[in-house]
Structures are given as structure tokens and as C-alpha cells.
Design a protein around this ligand. Structure first.
Ligand code: ZN
Length: 317
């Protein structure tokens, strides 16, 4: 008789699974609030209506399930055969009748959670390869899915809010934001952005954790003479702004030297690769490459080469 609970008992994995499943429930609830006609309306992601978004989230679950199956069986099973195949799958599925899209969403989500449930404890560290070519332990699929369902629940544009996210999720997503900015700093001359959530005892993110007064000893950051740009606001406010899902709101430059940076763009973290349409996820917005303005590149600008991106307030556009 099949077990009906997770085989894995590692507390870190079980709590991660809980967060992913809560996210799926949140996303599904928002999706179920949409009428069939609502599916034809725009999502929060530029260039995508809700049909395309729902297709993407459903197909993402299927792709991640393939990685879990890979870990379970040892038979290589990539997320997608190619970026083109992924994009075509979204476009094709988006044309399905709405009920079929709803079924895709539900069935794919259930399939993924069953794959997780039935993955034996000794297989969770098995390496799999993401669509971007990163080799990760299959346990990483849980976080990959967590990001997708929570953020895209907001992108459904029918009332999902980052303010509804659990605090630990907000902090983990801020870690991703800071990490991505830090990785790009050296190559692109980005300002040293530090996020300072006003409603947290400790700052999330590697950059924030090593705040300005403690720098220099860890070696974790590239050497620089420029002072960090500390962005202050509630954690949820910072995340909403930094991921392009909300206006600046309470986010300010902490040193008081200016207004909140203007904002936005189309970079993503992790799972979306380089396809142009998927770039429009805007999960992460790049700091302005000119840097002098302490701002971020303007939303909606067709940037071309990211390394030349400048915000609207900087010279050389
Ligand atoms: Zn996505």
C-alpha cells in the first residue's frame, strides 16, 4: 500500500516542502478566483496574459517533476529538451481551452508533489541539471518551485500580495536578490546595494549581513572604494520593489541622499534562462549600470546588452 506522507524526514527539506506546498495552495486559490474570461486579461508580467502565465507555471511543475524522476530513477530526464521547446510549450498550452489550462495547473502540481512525497530520503542529494545548466541537488527543486508559485500568484494580478508571504519566504527571496546583484557587481560595475529591512532584527542577504560597518574582513565581496548604497524599507516592501512587483512605497536610500531609486527592468533569478519572453518575468531588476545615480534601470526599456543599461537619470543613454 502506497504511503501518503513524505518519505523524507530531513527537517530542512520537510519545512521547505511545506513552504512550497503553501505557495502552491496560495497560487491555486488565486487562480481559482479567476473567471474563464479573466484568463485573456494581462498578467503582471509584460508581454504575458494570464493564459501564458498559467501555462508557464503548470509546465514548470511538469519540468521539475522530471528532475525529481531523474533523481529517483537515475535515468536522465532534463527539464526541457531546449529553450525553444520550453517557449513553444508555453505558447501552445496558452491556446488551450480555459478548463484544460486549469486541469494542467492542477494535475502538474499534484504530480510534482507526489514525486517529492515518494522520493526516498537517500536520493534527495542526487545531482540534476536545471534548464540553465546548473548542477544542483534535486532538493533544490523545492526552492525553485517555491519561488515560482508565490511570485506568480502575485503576477496573476488579482489580489495576490507579497504582504501575504510568510516572513521566512520574504527573507529567502531577498537573499536571492542580494546574491544576484552581488554576482553581477564585479563584471558590470554595479553599485554595492545593501538591503536593510526595517522590520527585521537581522538583515537578510550576504551583502546585508556584512553591512557597511563590518566589511573588509570576510572577503566575500569584491574590493571597492565606493560606499554601499543602503536601501531601507519593510522586508516585504523591499522585495516588492526589488522584484518589480510593487512601487517603491516605503523604500528609501537610507543615507538620505536621494529619493527612492527609480526602478525596474527584466532580469530574472534562476529558472527562466535567456529567452526574451521569460526575461519579462522581471523577478530581479538590475541596478543601473552607470551607477552614479544610485538608481535602477527604468522599467520597460529595451536594454539590448545588459552591460550598457543605464537608468533614465544617467548620461550616455
Ligand atoms: Zn516563472
Amino acid at each position: 500500500m502506497a504511503v501518503r506522507r513524505d518519505l523524507v524526514s530531513d527537517p530542512a527539506i520537510t519545512s521547505a516542502l511545506l513552504l512550497a506546498r503553501r505557495g502552491q495552495a496560495y497560487y491555486s486559490r488565486k487562480l481559482n478566483e479567476l473567471t474563464d474570461a479573466d484568463f485573456d486579461e494581462p498578467s503582471l508580467l509584460a508581454g504575458w496574459n494570464r493564459r501564458q502565465l498559467v501555462a508557464h507555471v503548470g509546465l514548470n511543475a511538469r519540468a521539475l517533476a522530471r528532475l525529481v524522476e531523474w533523481a529517483a530513477t537515475g535515468i536522465k530526464s532534463p527539464m526541457y529538451s531546449s529553450p525553444a521547446e520550453r517557449d513553444e510549450g508555453i505558447e501552445l498550452s496558452a491556446t488551450l481551452p480555459v478548463q484544460a489550462l486549469r486541469n494542467l495547473s492542477d494535475h502538474a502540481a499534484i504530480h510534482l508533489t507526489v514525486e517529492w512525497r515518494d522520493l526516498p530520503p537517500d536520493r534527495w542529494s542526487r545531482p540534476v541539471r536545471t534548464a540553465q545548466g546548473r548542477t544542483v541537488p534535486v532538493s533544490e527543486t523545492v526552492w525553485m518551485r517555491t519561488r515560482e508559485v508565490w511570485m506568480h500568484a502575485v503576477d496573476l494580478r488579482n489580489g495576490g500580495r507579497i504582504a501575504d508571504f510568510p516572513p521566512e519566504l520574504v527573507d529567502a527571496l531577498l537573499d536571492d536578490v542580494v546574491g544576484a546583484w552581488q554576482r553581477r557587481r564585479a563584471n558590470e560595475g554595479l553599485p554595492d546595494f545593501v538591503l536593510d529591512p526595517t522590520d527585521r532584527g537581522t538583515r537578510p542577504g550576504s551583502g546585508a549581513a556584512n553591512g557597511a560597518g563590518e566589511r573588509g574582513g570576510t572577503g566575500a565581496r569584491p574590493a571597492t572604494t565606493a560606499p554601499p548604497v543602503v536601501l531601507s524599507g519593510t522586508a516585504a516592501g523591499l522585495l516588492g520593489w526589488a522584484t518589480g512587483r510593487a512601487a517603491a512605497g516605503d523604500v528609501v536610500v537610507a543615507d538620505g541622499e536621494g529619493a527612492p531609486p527609480h526602478h525596474a527592468g527584466s532580469e530574472t533569478i534562476g529558472s527562466h534562462g535567456t529567452a526574451q519572453r521569460l526575461r519579462l518575468h522581471r523577478l530581479l531588476d538590475p541596478p543601473c549600470a552607470a551607477g552614479a545615480c544610485r538608481g535602477l534601470a527604468a522599467r520597460g526599456v529595451d536594454r539590448g546588452d545588459e552591460r550598457t543599461v543605464r537608468c533614465s537619470q544617467c548620461p550616455g543613454r
